[in-house]
Design a protein around this ligand. Structure first.
Ligand code: GTP
Ligand code: MG
Length: 308
């Protein structure tokens, strides 16, 4: 028997990292004439370019969370995904698959993917049903690798709005491959794509440098400068290695990076437990995980105390 009775919701107003205001609903339950807040639900939206290591990151986090006793669920948003180390609890392929769209509508892979996600938005009640009203929920969402989904189509934004309506606190986790970042031009390109996702989604956001285990020690040292770099210094270095006609562009990018104050990256070595713990604690901090503990449904023996 369910002991809690849902009573109402109150609206909480918070500021995002961009200084924008977000508003979410917190449920209030009644138990023996006492009103109790129910803890928010949490979600990591794992994004990044194709092949950046999103699915591997999701599997690594699932294993890590199991080891530390945290219950998390995988959700797959990639209609073209083939297989997963962990079975997704929610899977867009149960609604629509890229293969069917390409076969039946003669779409190419990229157009087909956009079609699938727009189909999801047009059937958002399917997603809402799948997400349900579970308490104490923590989801890790594996997203497709097409960055246009986060940058110029409002698809991911609408999915985030749906999650926020259902009381999820979302952290965007944007993966970039560490090998590419040591090249300044690629660093700027990576920062721009991550900034674009952050600005369009307006959710707490962290950048992760993936595949650190593949870097040679000498490159790792070099990369440290990029974790929290001085953009002006980077501009000087980039200018030194680029044609002068790009200098104004470099200046503009550096200005943008400074304005949004988001140049920091967290390195992730999936073979190192401390590295995984560090990434998770940054995310916990961003979504204030565990800040408000949910009242657990009392066991029979505890219940006698409640009744006095
Ligand atoms: N050594 C190493 N390989 C990795 C790591 N992360 C991913 N890979 C490899 O990189 C390739 C791509 O990884 P995925 O996790 O499938 O990347 P993805 O971002 O999910 O790719 P898409 O879904 O196609 O966009 C695979 O061959 C992985 O085994 C990592 O941290 N270390
Ligand atoms: Mg993947």
């Amino acid at each position: 028997m369910r002991l809690f009775q849902k009573q109402a919701g109150i609206f909480i107003i918070r500021f995002t990292s961009l200084g924008k205001i977000i508003c979410y609903r917190k449920l209030i339950y009644r138990l023996n004439n006492k009103l109790i807040f129910i803890m928010s639900r949490y979600v990591q939206l794992v994004m990044g370019p194709a092949g950046s290591g999103k699915s591997t990151y999701c599997a690594t986090l699932m294993t890590h969370c199991q080891n530390i006793g945290r219950t998390v669920h995988l959700m797959n948003l990639d209609p073209a995904a083939e297989k997963f180390e962990y079975d997704p609890s929610i899977d867009i392929r149960d609604l629509i698959t890229l293969e069917d769209v390409m076969e039946e509508l003669q779409y190419g892979p990229n157009g087909g993917l956009i079609y699938c996600l727009e189909f999801l938005l047009n059937n958002i009640d399917w997603l809402e049903d799948e997400l349900g009203e579970y308490e104490n929920d923590y989801l890790i969402i594996d997203c497709p690798g097409q960055i246009e989904l986060y940058t110029h189509f409002p698809i991911m934004r609408r999915i985030c709005e749906c999650l926020q309506r259902l009381n999820f606190r979302i952290c965007g986790v944007y993966l970039l491959e560490s090998q590419f970042i040591v090249d300044k031009a690629k660093y700027f390109a990576g920062v721009l794509s991550a900034t674009s996702a952050m600005v369009s989604l307006e959710i707490p956001h962290i950048n992760v440098l993936s595949k650190m285990d593949l870097l040679e020690p000498i490159k790792k040292k070099e990369l440290k400068r990029y974790y929290d770099p001085d953009p002006t210094l980077l501009e000087e270095e980039a200018n030194a290695s680029m044609n002068s006609k790009f200098h104004n562009l470099n200046r503009a990018i550096v200005q943008l990076i400074e304005d949004y104050n988001m140049v920091s990256f967290i390195p992730l070595n999936i073979n190192n437990e401390d590295s995984i713990t560090a990434v998770l604690s940054h995310i916990d901090n961003a979504i204030q995980y565990g800040e408000d503990q949910e009242p657990k449904e009392p066991k029979d023996e505890d219940f006698e105390d409640f009744e006095g």
